[in-house]
Structure formats: structure tokens, C-alpha cells
Design a protein around this ligand. Structure first.
Ligand code: IPM
Ligand code: MG
Length: 357
């Protein structure tokens, strides 16, 4: 088969890590008899510099013509002082909405070889952490009415959260479907003791849960959830939550694994086209130095194969290669931290991964 993949390399370390994932996909293609046609499109700061816009229409159109999309990272200090509408981050929200990618899957798991990298004590991580955050991605406060105005105390600003039953149901179904293929547990996280949107969220999730009797369902308030994630992360299988709570909790969950440089993500809609990206940012401090850890992007490419192209054996092969490279003791600088040893560069790590394929 021939697949069209749009590459949105973006800013900072984006180009380096996407190149790494492209070489992994090319090797997979040779081994399994697929061909991938990669096309670059501009996004984020790189797009601002070339076109004045963080998300040119050509990029949206190119993604819509592709089978799937692989994204590096966007943003950096160079563009931080721009108004909200013209910041690189706006492009990320824009492309999620334009492609209808309302389901964001963020798996967080501890690799046995990296257990020491977790800031949590071994008694806690020893129980094994393997959870999946299902974050709503095109609604809530990220996309609600907002503005600035004169208020009682002078200048004020506001953002609003709105969720429809329709939006809650479709993300809920995505979570229940994911749990069926995993360990059969769903925890819905909200702030139903305070927020009206959360009360609707909870009622809707309860109604859905009744349709999935084989899934063990529970709900948790977001403040308690933040605490439970560090107290006993092994209790979680699938977590489903709103756009903003998911943003916050997924950073917390990633840190539990000790290595934000390891975690991939998938953003999906109703069809098979998705957008796949590492959950870490553009790391401008190490950009262009060949020091970035490419694994999160490589694992994102594995998710692309699995979810958009239905190539699970190929995805398994990439995930196994990552496991064996780590078991063999190879580490990029972020994984080494304070530990002794020579870190591998981004290209060296990529070469190790290719050799395991
Ligand atoms: C993420 C990021 C983005 C978000 C920012 C960069 C807009 O933090 O993907 O988690 O908040 O969704
Ligand atoms: Mg975030």
C-alpha cells in the first residue's frame, strides 16, 4: 500500500525528531512492503516566519488530503510576545478543530528499564503504571466564548466553558471503546461539586456507563484525581476528561513515568485520519544540537500506523524496538539525567532503533 503522510515539523526540536520518525517509518515500509509519501507543511513559528500566519490554509488543505499527519512541536520564545491569535499555539488549536480531532489519546506507561527515572518511590511505581488519558480536544474552555472588557474593578478578562451532551457522549464512547481493549476500567474526571459543565458531564457519563456493563466505571473530582495520580497511579486504566483537565493531568501523568521525552499521543476524529505528536514541546534550549530524544515521536509514528493505517504488527515492531533499545541501556541525555554514562544523540538513538527493526 502507498500512504500519504503530512509532516508538520514545526519549531525547535520538531524537525530533528520528525526526521527520526520518518526514517523509522521508511525502514518499516521496506520491511513490510508499504510505501510512504511524505509531504512537509508549515505550522507554528516556522509558518509565521514564512507566511505571517501560524496555520496557513495550505497546511490545513494538505492535511485533509493526507491519510494521516505527523507533528513535531510548535512554539518558542521568538514568538511568545505575539498576540494570542497570531501565536504558534493557536495553530495547534486550529488544526485540531479543522481536522475534527476531538479525541486525544495520551498513554503514560513506565518502562521497566526506566523505573529509576520516575520521581515516585519504587513501592509506588513497582505496581506498574500503564494508563491512558482520553482528553476531549475540540471543546470546553479552550474553544468557549472569551474576551476582555471593563468590569466592576476595571479591566477584566473572561473565558467560558461549554459542553454539549453530544460532545460528552462522543468522547465518552471513545473512552469506553479504549477500555474494552485494555483492562476494562474507566475513570471519568470532573469538578461536578462546582461546575455546571461537570454536572452535565457526570450525568452523561453515568448514562453511557449503563450501556457498557462489562466496564468498571467510576468518577473522581479533578483535585482528588491529581492527588491519586501520584499516590497510586497503578489504580488507573482509562481516564476520560475535559480539554483543560486533560491538558493538566496529562503533564502530571507524564512526569510519573520519569520521561516526558518518551510519551506519544494521538488525536482522532470520526474517520481514520489522525494527528500524531509527542506530548513534549519544542525544547528551544536544545534545538538544533542533535540532543533531543526522538522516542516520543517514534512512538507517535507507531500510533499512526496502528490507529490510522490499521498496521498493528508494524506498530508492535516499533514499540518492541523501543523496549529493546532501552533494555540494552541506551539513553538520550533526558533519560540519563544525573546518572553516569555517555548520552546518545538524537541521530545515534535513531540508528539504534533502526538496527532493532
Ligand atoms: C498540549 C499543549 C497545548 C494544549 C498548548 C501548546 C496549546 O499544552 O498539547 O497539551 O494546551 O493543548
Ligand atoms: Mg499540555
Amino acid at each position: 500500500m502507498n500512504y500519504q503522510i503530512a509532516l508538520l515539523k514545526g519549531d525547535g526540536i520538531g524537525p530533528e525528531i520528525v526526521e527520526s520518525a520518518v526514517s523509522v517509518l521508511e525502514t518499516i515500509g521496506q520491511k513490510y512492503g508499504h510505501s510512504f509519501a511524505f509531504t512537509d507543511y508549515l505550522i507554528g513559528g516556522a509558518a509565521i516566519d514564512r507566511t505571517g500566519q501560524p496555520l496557513p490554509q495550505e497546511t490545513v488543505d494538505g492535511c485533509l488530503r493526507s491519510d494521516s499527519v505527523l507533528l513535531g512541536a510548535v512554539g518558542g520564545p521568538k514568538w511568545d510576545s505575539r498576540p494570542a491569535e497570531l501565536r504558534p499555539e493557536k495553530a495547534l488549536l486550529g488544526i485540531r478543530a479543522a481536522l475534527g480531532l476531538y479525541t486525544n489519546l495520551r498513554p503514560a506507561k513506565i518502562y521497566p528499564a526506566l523505573r529509576d527515572a520516575s520521581p515516585l518511590r519504587p513501592e509506588i511505581t513497582g505496581k506498574g503504571v500503564d494508563l491512558l488519558i482520553v482528553r476531549e480536544l475540540t471543546g470546553g474552555i479552550y474553544f468557549g466564548e472569551r474576551g476582555c472588557r471593563e468590569g466592576k474593578f476595571g479591566e477584566e478578562a473572561f473565558d467560558t466553558e461549554c459542553y454539549s451532551v453530544y460532545e460528552i457522549e462522543r468522547i465518552g464512547r471513545a473512552a469506553f471503546a479504549a477500555a474494552k481493549k485494555r483492562r476494562g476500567r474507566v475513570t471519568s474526571i470532573d469538578k461536578a461539586n462546582v461546575l455546571e459543565t461537570s454536572r452535565l458531564w457526570r450525568r452523561t457519563m453515568h448514562r453511557l456507563a449503563a450501556e457498557y456493563p462489562d466496564i468498571a466505571y467510576s468518577d473522581l473530582l479533578v483535585d482528588n484525581a491529581a492527588m491519586q495520580l501520584v499516590r497510586d497511579p497503578a489504580q488507573f486504566d482509562v481516564i476520560v476528561t475535559s480539554n483543560m483537565f486533560g491538558d493538566i493531568l496529562s503533564d502530571e501523568a507524564s512526569q510519573i513515568t520519569g520521561s516526558i521525552g518518551m510519551l506519544p499521543s494521538a488525536s482522532l476524529g470520526d474517520g481514520t485520519r489522525g494527528m500524531y505528536e509527542p506530548i513534549h514541546g519544542s525544547a528551544p534550549d536544545i534545538a538544533g544540537q542533535n540532543r533531543a530524544n526522538p522516542i516520543a515521536t517514534v512512538l507517535s509514528a507507531a500510533m499512526l500506523l496502528r490507529y490510522s493505517l490499521g498496521l498493528s504488527a508494524e506498530a508492535d515492531a516499533i514499540e518492541a524496538a523501543v523496549g529493546s533499545v532501552l533494555d540494552a541501556g541506551y539513553r538520550t541525555a533526558d533519560l540519563l539525567g544525573q546518572m553516569p554514562g555517555e548520552p546518545l544523540s538524537c541521530t545515534e538513538m535513531t540508528a539504534k532503533l533502526l538496527s532493532k527493526l
